[in-house]
Design a protein around this ligand. Structure first.
Ligand SMILES: NC(=O)c1ccc[n+]([C@@H]2O[C@H](COP(=O)([O-])OP(=O)(O)OC[C@H]3O[C@@H](n4cnc5c(N)ncnc54)[C@H](OP(=O)(O)O)[C@@H]3O)[C@@H](O)[C@H]2O)c1
Length: 244
């Protein structure tokens, strides 16, 4: 791990939680590389304002060729990667009995297979350098289950298992691996929930509100702090107390 400025890779940084995490690392003075299938106005603004330390690649990371090209572009530009935040994810809702094979593949290909593929490439780079930090964004739905989110919940539970196993594999090489099991956030992804569902979630949440990207971004910063090398293999639940 190098001291600040660190090189930080964040998938799915064009909007939602990923954009909040990108902003947080730009604010802390780091070099940030991100990707998504298309750029947004926010991405173009970052390119204009922070072009010397912000790299954006249009890439569908569920496609292994594009994921490899993204990792290559980051490493060509900055050499070593200090932090990887596996944030890009997709949800498809619907009860399992009516769920399509296509939706099953879309969710598993991005949430699980793409996370594993990109992690493999970045871990190789971290092993060849001075360690690193990996944070996987999972979800409380992987812990508690949520009706209509069986496949999504399965991928998030799998990510937590991946986190624990990888933490054991790379711990002796100064790499930590943790998950954040996020509660419900006010992003486009939660637009799939209707008002009744959202109100019910808020009513049952001790903190009395949905989460904001910043609530999670601050926890990511904590987990990747170079002093926090004794926290690894953990699933940190951040959900306003919903599942406590
Ligand atoms: N929102 C919640 O309530 C909630 C709760 C718990 C956990 N999470 C997790 O938090 C993470 C972020 O969710 P969010 O709410 O911020 O979602 P979001 O608003 O839908 O944003 C998803 C981001 O991922 C990118 N993306 C989607 N498919 C991609 C692909 N194939 N390749 C590369 N990038 C891709 C999107 O850009 P493009 O569409 O342009 O590719 C976008 O930047 C996900 O892992 C999600 O499962 C969210």
């Amino acid at each position: 791990m190098s001291n600040s400025p660190r090189t930080v890779v964040i998938t799915g940084g064009s909007r939602g939680l990923g954009a909040g995490i990108v902003q947080s690392f730009l604010d802390s003075g780091d070099r940030v590389a991100s990707c998504s299938r298309s750029a947004t106005d926010q991405v173009r603004l970052w390119e204009k304002e922070h072009g010397d330390r912000f790299l954006f690649v249009e890439a569908d990371i569920a496609d292994r060729t594009q994921s490899t090209a993204f990792a290559k572009a980051v490493i060509e530009r900055w050499g070593s990667v200090d932090v990887l935040v596996n944030n890009a994810g997709v949800a498809r809702d619907g009860i399992l009995a009516l769920f399509s094979d296509e939706d099953t593949d879309t969710v598993i290909d991005l949430n699980l297979k793409a996370t594993i593929h990109l992690s493999r490439q970045i871990v190789r780079n971290m092993l060849a350098h001075d360690g690193g930090r990996i944070v996987n964004i999972s979800s409380i739905t992987g812990l508690t289950g949520y009706r209509g989110l069986t496949v999504y919940g399965a991928t998030k539970a799998a990510i937590d298992g991946f986190t624990r196993a990888l933490a054991r594999e790379v711990g002796s090489r100064k790499i930590t691996v943790n998950s954040i099991a996020s509660g419900y956030l006010r992003t486009e992804m939660s637009h799939g929930l209707d008002d009744g569902q959202l109100n019910q979630i808020v009513r049952r949440t001790p903190a009395g509100r949905l989460g904001e990207p910043d609530d999670i971004a601050r926890a990511v910063q904590f987990l990747v702090d170079e002093r926090n090398d004794w926290i690894t293999g953990q699933v940190l639940v951040i959900d306003g107390g919903l599942t406590c």
